[in-house]
Ligand binder design. Sequence first.
Ligand code: BGC
Ligand code: BGC
Length: 569
Amino acid sequence: MFTGDGVKEATAWNTLEELVASMTLAEKAGQMTQAERVDLLKGDVMKYALGSVLSGGGSTPAQNTPEGWVAMVNSFMNESLKTRLGIPVVYGLDAVHGHAIVLNATVVPHNIGLGAIAAGDPQKGAEAAYTAGRITAEEMLATGVPWNFAPVLGVAEDIRWGRTYECYSENVDIVTLMGAGFIKGFQDNGAAACMKHFLGEGQTIDGRNQGNALLDRAGIDRLLPPYRAAIDAGAMSLMPSFSSVNGIKMHESKELLTNVLKDEMGFEGFVISDWGAVMQLSGGSYKAQIANAINAGVDMVMATNGRNNWVTFIRHLQAAVNEGTIPMERVDDAVLRILRFKQSIGMFDSPQIKKAGAVGTDANRAAARAMVSESLVLLRNENNAIAKLSECKRILVAGQGANDIGMQCGGWTITWQGKLGRITKGTTVLEGIQAAVKDKAAITYAGNGKEKGNFDAVIAVIGEGPYAEGDGDRLNNINIRQMDKDMLKEVYAHDCPVIVIMLSGRPMTIGDEYKKWDAFVAAWLPGTEGDGIADVLFGDRDFSGRTPYTWRKTINGEVIYPFGHGLTK
Ligand code: BGC
Ligand code: BGC
């Protein structure tokens, strides 16, 4: 079957169908199981012939370096290669803006920023998506991890939702363009993408995470193009949304997962459930929930939250097959789809034991820095404030966001929800400005804005602190934080232009405050390369991004800047 290192011997099986036919029910159940790394004892991958292992957000080996990752992934791989059939285990995780769980990796802008590039220029957008895919693939493979739960193909239509920044835009055409672009760049470079979260995650009532979306068939069809383009681009796995469509949890929607996705759209890859999502389904017992998910079209289950959950999943799945509640044909189809995915990334013919490579390389950081520059959107520019910046001799830089790598990276960086502070290697907005002006101007930094001197301009950085799913939902407002309000009050006292840069995962509800700003730049969540901002403020580059989301005074209130708005210097 395999020559010791994941390489198939020509004689053992010729087609994946033959391989499935040679498997026991236990081996099939193992293949359909994904366990979190912390829920595994030594030997589990081999004993249960598990199909996949994942890292949840922030779940890293003790040594969070390429060497530490490769050692961990190889040890799971070695166990899988020792099983009867030697089917390689596939490791997956969320590298949603570069391989940002790894210390000192290149963190590219979150998708909202890449969407801004596309809103300005679709060609540039597609190139940026491709480059983001390439960087992410390169750095993931440097750590031995081939499978990414990305890109998000949701179309966020309610900015209260805390995952808005994971979506490229409120505009479905941009999501379609960028999702496919990312997948091409990612998969051309040897890794495997996973489209998520199917379907309607950005349409839930009040923008609630894991909420319910009301969608008629036309509403569903409107959201399918990103998935069609992603399938055409070669995506071979898909994650359903935690949310419900018309009251039915997506993970048990046979209509959408099987009838629409697999039958109508011809998706031949496999469906991986989301984190513990099966345990949210109807049915009244874990066993019934499992049957509901698998019968609806889920092929592999992310059975998290404790070792017992995946061990029990394997037991219940086999029992349900033996009792006839899950047809064996459904199981065979699920396993075939998983194996097809593994074959598509060469797991049956190339050696699976990996060596560590490099993350955070100079070349990748330079590419990410250029992306940051392209993603900036100049929303407001009174009296030529931006052009005049280069002539200023004394500049006050203010605000927590001006000097915080964690804030500019946002969620899904090192940890699940993200964290303030110098959490990984990078350049802050302030450091970028200092390097750009060198001795042409004196830069003073005051986090809280309290600084007496005389200045020719103030650059005030405001925004949101880091968050991810759940914690990032804001049901009432996304107003400017009190600490930023206090800081702004201080800097308004200076008799000079105030340029506001916002670091945020969505358009914040700024009311009329922006009228006090001479210039206003949306920088989204740019990632580790904060110097990309100074490159536009002080360099030859001009603003080319446009807003991929509508800006309003209040939630659903008066529009300040429509979708697609953006100025040049
Ligand atoms: C998220 C997914 C993610 C998974 C694994 C879930 O909570 O919804 O987007 O892929 O966790 O980290
Ligand atoms: C994990 C995330 C996951 C979340 C779901 C966290 O502990 O790190 O990846 O999405 O749990 O609740």
